[in-house]
Design a protein around this ligand. Structure first.
Ligand code: CTP
Ligand code: CA
Length: 228
């Protein structure tokens, strides 16, 4: 038996995490979603719990086991995720947004299955914008320390830093795809207002739980610097 001893660097801290995709219904049998696996958010929840934190995980539709000792709340839509996260956020010291929240949802939902019969042309769907959960949490009075994730297909540092500024958050973790999306192994870019570094430091790849554990160490340092 290999015992992974994790120092309890987040003992007593309350950490709120979003994970997975959202699902935006079109009608009772269809919807808009994406390929987010939820693995990074679940790995972070596990690593935070191991580090002694009290963890709440708000998950979109994924088939992943709940990490031990983690309180999990399942949601489907971006609006539901928003409505669970916003009232909970002020009671947490850290908010980590890994969810791939759908940017838009169908403006209206059909109560009945939309039928093909009798349609001369293919239907079109008007979309409406979903709330930006991370930006909304960051704008709360007494906001928790907010960490964003940015999956990009090009210009990772530029896009990640632009999101950091737009959402007014202190830290964002960049992930350059699409080759690594959904994989277990990944390499990340940790970006704050005036510095950035690769994770793992040598630019190699590591599995998501390893990355999550390193991120928890880094997070605890940033939290104690903030309160020092
Ligand atoms: N996010 C969120 N709510 C949204 C959209 C994004 O909380 N409605 C969070 C994500 O969980 C992630 C961060 O914001 O931590 C960045 O998400 P991303 O989709 O990369 O940013 P957007 O601002 O939506 O920009 P775009 O999709 O155009 O790249
Ligand atoms: Ca988006």
């Amino acid at each position: 038996v290999i015992a992974h001893f994790q120092p309890k660097v987040l003992a007593g801290r309350k950490v709120l995490i979003t994970a997975g995709p959202t699902f935006e219904p079109i009608d009772p049998v269809r919807g808009i979603t994406n390929h987010s696996s939820g693995k990074m958010g679940f790995a972070l929840a596990r690593a935070a719990q191991e580090a002694g934190a009290e963890v709440t995980l708000v998950a979109g539709p994924v088939h992943l086991p709940t990490p031990r000792g983690v309180r999990r709340i399942d949601v489907m839509t971006a609006q539901q995720m928003h409505d669970v996260v916003l009232p909970a956020a002020a009671q947490h010291e850290v908010f980590i947004a890994t969810a791939a929240v759908a940017d838009w949802r169908p403006a209206t939902q059909s109560d009945q299955k939309i039928k093909k019969e009798g349609k001369k042309v293919a239907p079109t769907f008007a979309l409406t914008e979903n709330p930006d959960i991370l930006a909304a949490v960051a704008a709360l009075p007494g906001a928790p320390y907010c960490v964003g994730f940015a999956a990009e297909s090009e210009q990772l540092l530029t896009h990640a830093r632009a999101k950091l500024q737009r959402k007014r958050i202190p830290l964002i973790i960049g992930n350059l795809g699409p080759a690594t999306f959904g994989r277990d192994e990944n390499s990340l870019l940790v970006v704050d207002a005036d510095s950035h570094h690769a994770l793992p430091a040598d630019g190699s790849q590591a599995d998501k739980l390893t990355l999550a554990r390193i991120l928890m160490q880094e997070l605890s340092q940033r939290l104690s610097n903030r309160t020092a």
